[in-house]
Ligand binder design. Structure first.
Ligand SMILES: [Zn+2]
Length: 76
């Protein structure tokens, strides 16, 4: 599966209008933010705080960091 690189720098001012306000991308509970764009056919969802959650539970943070799915154990 190929994932295209959307390096768009448009906007930048992403204001949360939810009540209560969604946790920020850096918050420990960032995946509790509302889904603002779901793409089940492509296997990912965009959260209000800019975090992208993949259907294997991997996450891509707005600053480019990738969080591996919890079930994946990386052997040292
Ligand atoms: Zn929000």
């Amino acid at each position: 599966m190929n994932r295209d690189d959307t390096g768009s720098a448009g906007g930048g001012c992403r204001t949360c209008r939810h009540q209560p306000e969604c946790p920020s991308a850096g918050a420990p509970d960032h995946d509790a933010a509302r889904v603002v764009a779901a793409h089940p056919a492509q296997g990912w969802s965009l959260l209000c705080n800019g975090v992208i959650v993949f259907d294997d539970l991997g996450e891509l943070l707005p600053d480019g960091r990738v969080l591996a799915p919890p079930s994946v154990v990386l052997a040292a």
